[in-house]
Design a protein around this ligand. Sequence first.
Ligand code: GLN
Length: 194
Amino acid sequence: GPRVGVLALQGDVREHARVLTDLGAEVVLVRRPEELASVAGLVLPGGESSVIDKLSRAFGLQQPLRDAIAAGLPVYGTCAGLILLAERITDGIAGQQTLGGLDVTVQRNAFGSQVDSFEADLDVPAFGDPAVHAVFIRAPLVTRVGTGVEVLAALEDDRIVAVQQGNLLGTAFHPEVAGETRFHRRFLDLVRAA
Ligand code: GLN
């Protein structure tokens, strides 16, 4: 299968690596620019986006990641990973940066402290049946989308929780903890087509 990376600075790296391995991919844990250069696609895991941001700069990965995204590398970000892909964020910590690439505004920790975590069954027209069982953990929300962005899924109140723009895919929730493989399959399709 294709050789793909999981950014392994912080977060739920193992869960993504397991799903991708089960789908037949060869998985590289990416912590250094040389490792990034060796993969045909990359997953940005869930975790804490401000920590992953700081570590990406400390490890000299921020610019290589931005260059790879600009060059068209397929990237799938879940939760914190979606925050990292956003061109604009709100409610970040002071000085928090993103990699960018997705023409969206993402609100960090959008669901507040009383509902830090919840689950929902999402209709994803691109996938058909069954619904996606989505696990949200201190999740962000896509509050604005640019014209080139496809909305893949929204909550019943129309709040946007999954988007795609070209080779960039982002979900506010965590398919990798719910046995949901269709987003990872879609990501691997992008990798094979790139
Ligand atoms: N709240 C986290 C952040 O701001 C995201 C949570 C998650 O990835 N599950 O990065």
